[in-house]
Ligand binder design. Structure first.
Ligand code: 28F
Length: 639
C-alpha cells in the first residue's frame, strides 16, 4: 500500500491555526483599538454582537449581560447554540475553531451571517486571546457542552456536562490584566452601548446586570419601535416641533437602510449613523447621502409649495438641519471602514442608495403631512434669516470699526470731540426738531441723529427684521459698539445717549420703542447708565420782558400762583419740539447748565423684562389690562 503522500500545502486556515492567536496578544490595538478602558469594553461588544447576529438570523430573542463580582463578564443568549460538530478540515469542534482561530466564526462560508458588528466581527477568538480565563457553555441537541480557554489556548476538551431541553450559548471571560490598563468595567459605558444595540435591532431584549455591589443593578433594553424609539429617546429633553417621528426603510441587493428623524425647537443638530450596528462616529458615505438628499428634498418642496420664491436663495444644509434629530442605520455585507478610528463608512454605493431612499421618502412625508411640512419649512427659513441677520450684524460692526467714521449715517450731525466720555448724541424725533437741534447745539460735544417717525417694534419684529430697519441701523453705526453678543462697550462713541421726543403720546411711544431696542439688543447701554431722556418744557410763560419755562403741570400751577397777579401773562403749551426755535431748544433742553435729563436705569430685571414684553409684545390682553389699571395715573394724555 503506497505511503499516502503527506499533503505539504497548508491552506490559509491551517496556517492561521498554526500561527494561533499570538499576533493578537502582541498587537491587541490592531484588533480592539486600544488596551485602555475603551478596548476593554470592546471585548463585551464582540461577544454580544455574536448573540445579536444570532438574533438577526431570527433564532435569539434574549441576551443577558452580567458584570460579575470579580469583574468577569458573562453573556448568554437563547439562540441555537454554537455548532459543536467537528470542523471538516481541522478535526476539532466548530466551537473550538470559533474560539481559537483568528477571524473565525461568523464568516465561515457566509451562510446567512452578516458581518457581525463590533470591530469588524473578529469575534470570540480575540476575546479568548486577551482573557486570562474564558469558558463557553452550549445548549444544543438536548445536551450541555462546555469548554475552557485561556490567553488564546484551549484548556479543556469539549465535554458534555448535562442535559437540557433548551438551546443557546453562554460565555464567561475575565480580561487579562497583563494586557489591559484597567480590567474594571464601567456600567454606564455598557448601558449606553447596549441601549443603542437594542434601539438598532428592534425587538431584541437585552438585560444588563451588575453584581459587584450587594444589591445587583439591573437594566432592560427592549424597543419594538427600534430607531423610531431611539429618536424619541434622544428628544426626550427637547421639544419636538412635529408630533410624528419620520421613519422609512428600504433594502436592495445586499444593502439595507433604515432612517428615523424628528425636528425639535433646539438649535443644534443630532445625527447618529451606524453601519452593521457599528457607531460610525466619523460619518461616511451613508451620512453624506442622507444630508445631501435632505437638503435637496427640502428645497424642492419649499420651492414647489411657494415657501421659497423664485429668486430666493436655497436654504443651506445647516439651516435645514437646525433642530434635527436623526438616526441612520445601514447594513451591508462587505463594509469598508476608514478614518482615524475606523468608524467612517467608505462604501460609495451607500451614498447613492441612502440618497435615493431619503429623497423619495422625505418628499412623500411632506406631501402626505402638509401641516407638519409647513412647520418644518418655517423652521428652516427662520434659521436662514437668523443666520443672515447675525452675518449682517457682524458685518456691520466689522465695517464700522474697520472704516471708522467713514460709514456713519448721512443723517448724523456728528460732534468734533473724539473723547466719548464727554461726547453726547441726541436721538431727535422728527426732521424739524432735528434741524433746530443741529442749529442750536454745542457742535464740539453734541451730535444729533434725527429719527423719522416711529422706529420698528423689535419686541415683535425680531432680530432679522430689526436689522433691515434703516433707523435702527443708523443708531447702531452711530453708537459704534455693535449689538447683541457683538456688543463692545469700549467702542461706544458717546457716553450720553439722549432720547429727545415730543412731550406727547407719540413721543412717549417712540421713546418706549427706543428703550425696547436698547433693552433687548444693547442692554449694557442702560445697565452702565449711558441712556438718558431729555425733558423739553411743557409751557412757556411770558410776562412783559420775563420768560419762564415749566416742565410739569404742578410746576406750571406753582408758577402761575407765584406770578399770576399783575401784568398780563402770555402762556404757550408746547405740543412738540418743532414749536421751539433753535435757541429755545438749546436753552430749555440741551444747555448743560439749565437742562433736565432723566437717566434710564433697570432697577428690577424681571419687572423690566415683563414690562417690555407686555407693553411691546404680541399679546394684547396683558397690555390692555396694564393700561386699564394705570390710565388713572396719566396726566397729560392728549387725544
Ligand atoms: C454569548 C455569545 O456567540 N452565540 C452564537 C451561534 C449560533 C450559530 C453559530 C453562533 C455558522 C457557520 C460559523 C447555530 N446553528 N453568544 C454567541 N450563536 N454561531 S455564535 O454558527 C457559527 C457560524 O459557522 C449557529 C446553526 N447555524 C449557526
Amino acid at each position: 500500500m503506497p505511503e499516502t503522500k503527506v499533503n505539504q500545502e497548508y491552506n490559509a486556515e491551517q496556517i492561521q491555526v498554526l500561527e494561533g492567536l499570538e499576533p493578537v496578544r502582541k498587537r491587541p490595538g490592531m484588533y480592539i483599538g486600544s488596551t485602555s478602558s475603551t478596548g476593554l469594553h470592546h471585548l463585551v461588544y464582540e461577544i454580544v454582537d455574536n448573540s445579536v447576529d444570532e438574533a438577526l438570523a431570527g433564532y435569539c430573542k434574549n441576551i443577558e449581560v452580567t458584570i460579575e463580582k470579580d469583574n468577569s463578564i458573562t453573556v448568554e443568549d437563547d439562540g441555537r447554540g454554537m455548532p459543536v460538530d467537528n470542523h471538516p478540515k481541522l478535526g476539532i469542534p466548530a466551537v473550538e475553531v470559533i474560539h481559537t482561530v483568528l477571524h473565525a466564526g461568523g464568516k465561515f462560508g457566509g451562510g446567512g451571517y452578516k458581518v457581525s458588528g463590533g470591530l469588524h466581527g473578529v469575534g470570540a477568538s480575540v476575546v479568548n486571546a486577551l482573557s486570562e480565563e474564558m469558558q463557553v457553555r452550549i445548549r444544543r441537541n438536548g445536551k450541555v457542552y462546555e469548554q475552557k480557554y485561556s490567553r488564546g489556548e484551549t484548556r479543556s476538551k469539549l465535554e458534555v456536562t448535562g442535559k437540557t431541553d433548551t438551546t443557546g450559548t453562554w460565555t464567561r471571560f475575565k480580561p487579562d490584566p497583563e494586557i489591559f490598563e484597567t480590567t474594571v468595567f464601567d456600567f454606564s459605558v455598557l448601558e449606553k452601548s447596549l441601549r443603542e444595540t437594542a434601539f438598532l435591532n428592534k425587538g431584541i431584549r437585552i438585560l444588563l446586570t451588575d453584581r459587584r455591589e450587594e444589591e445587583p443593578k439591573v437594566l432592560e433594553f427592549h424597543y419594538e419601535g427600534g430607531i423610531r424609539q431611539f429618536v424619541e429617546y434622544l428628544n426626550q429633553k427637547k421639544e419636538p416641533v412635529t408630533p410624528d417621528v419620520i421613519y422609512f426603510e428600504a433594502s436592495r441587493d445586499d444593502c439595507e437602510c433604515e432612517i428615523a428623524m424628528q425636528y425639535t425647537k433646539s438649535y443644534s443638530e443630532t445625527i447618529l449613523s451606524y453601519a452593521n450596528n457599528i457607531d460610525t462616529s466619523e460619518g461616511g458615505t451613508h451620512l453624506v447621502g442622507f444630508k445631501t438628499a435632505l437638503t435637496r428634498a427640502f428645497n424642492d418642496y419649499a420651492r414647489k409649495n411657494k415657501f421659497l420664491k423664485e429668486n430666493d436663495p436655497s436654504l443651506s444644509g445647516e439651516d435645514i438641519r437646525e433642530g434635527l434629530t436623526a438616526v441612520i442605520s445601514v447594513k451591508l455585507t462587505e463594509p469598508q471602514f476608514e478614518g482615524q478610528t475606523k468608524t467612517k463608512l467608505g462604501n460609495s454605493e451607500m451614498r447613492s442608495f441612502v440618497d435615493s431612499v431619503t429623497v423619495d421618502n422625505v418628499i412623500r412625508f411632506f406631501e402626505e403631512n402638509p401641516k407638519q411640512a409647513k412647520v418644518i419649512m418655517e423652521k428652516g427659513m427662520a434659521a436662514a434669516r437668523a443666520r443672515e441677520a447675525a452675518r449682517k450684524a457682524r458685518e456691520m460692526t466689522r465695517r464700522k470699526s474697520a472704516l471708522d467714521s467713514m460709514t456713519l449715517p448721512g443723517k448724523l450731525a456728528d460732534c468734533s470731540e473724539k473723547d466719548p466720555t464727554i461726547s453726547e448724541i441726541f436721538i431727535v424725533e422728527g426732521d424739524s426738531a432735528g434741524g433746530s437741534a443741529k442749529e442750536g447745539r454745542d457742535r464740539k460735544r453734541q451730535a444729533i441723529l434725527p429719527l423719522r417717525g416711529k422706529i420698528l417694534n423689535v419686541e415683535k419684529a425680531g432680530y432679522e427684521k430689526m436689522l433691515n430697519s434703516q433707523e435702527i441701523k443708523n443708531m447702531i453705526t452711530a453708537f459704534g459698539c455693535g449689538i447683541g453678543n457683538e456688543f463692545d462697550e469700549s467702542k461706544l462713541r458717546y457716553h450720553k445717549i439722549i432720547i429727545m421726543t415730543d412731550a406727547d403720546v407719540d413721543g412717549a411711544h417712540i421713546c418706549t420703542l427706543m428703550l425696547t431696542f436698547f433693552y433687548r439688543f444693547m442692554r449694557p447701554l442702560i445697565e452702565k447708565g449711558y441712556v438718558y431722556i431729555a425733558q423739553p418744557p411743557l409751557y412757556k410763560v411770558d410776562q412783559g420782558k420775563q420768560t419762564y419755562y415749566t416742565y410739569s403741570e404742578e410746576e406750571q400751577r406753582a408758577l402761575l400762583q407765584r406770578i399770576g397777579e399783575g401784568k398780563k401773562l402770555d402762556i404757550q403749551r408746547y405740543k412738540g419740539l418743532g414749536e421751539m426755535d433753535a435757541s429755545q431748544l438749546w436753552e430749555t433742553t440741551m444747555d448743560y447748565n439749565t437742562r433736565t435729563l432723566i437717566k434710564v436705569t433697570i432697577d428690577n430685571y424681571e419687572e423690566a423684562d415683563e414690562t417690555f414684553s407686555m407693553l411691546m409684545g404680541e399679546k394684547v390682553p396683558p397690555r390692555r389690562k396694564f393700561i386699564e389699571e394705570n390710565a388713572k395715573y396719566v396726566q397729560n394724555l392728549d387725544i
